[in-house]
Design a protein around this ligand. Structure first.
Ligand code: FES
Length: 117
């Protein structure tokens, strides 16, 4: 399954290897660690998306949530977040969750994680 190898270099220090595309089943969410941060990776067809794996409303992992209509539903109080952007789509959440760029390079999925300054 996924590996947690850090492929950072001097030129693209923010990209972190999180596995192969086939490690992420279509329509599902998968937890990974990238740059020491918990990330939820979502696959929707050919698209991959990454959100911080922590609800902004409480201590719940979005990777334990339910996916429907392009959103992930928090398992604790059913707050909704847009999988692509992290924006809120339904209460009780009022703060968006961080989203991160994802790319596939040389057959590997990479997530760009930069800590807030
Ligand atoms: S902890 Fe996620 S909606 Fe409350």
């Amino acid at each position: 399954m996924q590996t947690m190898t850090d492929t950072a270099s001097d030129t693209d220090a923010a990209w972190h290897d999180v596995g192969e595309p086939d490690d992420f089943p279509d329509g599902a969410v998968w937890p990974v660690i990238a740059g020491g941060m918990a990330i939820a990776v979502f696959r929707q067809g050919d698209s991959l998306h990454a959100l911080h794996d922590l609800c902004t409303h409480g201590n719940a992992r979005l990777s334990d949530g339910y996916i429907e209509n392009g959103c992930v539903e928090c398992p604790l109080h059913q707050g909704l977040f847009d999988i692509c952007t992290g924006e809120t789509r339904g209460g009780p959440v009022t703060e968006a969750v961080r989203s991160f760029p994802v790319q596939v390079r040389a057959g590997r999925v990479e997530v760009s994680v930069q800590r807030k300054a």
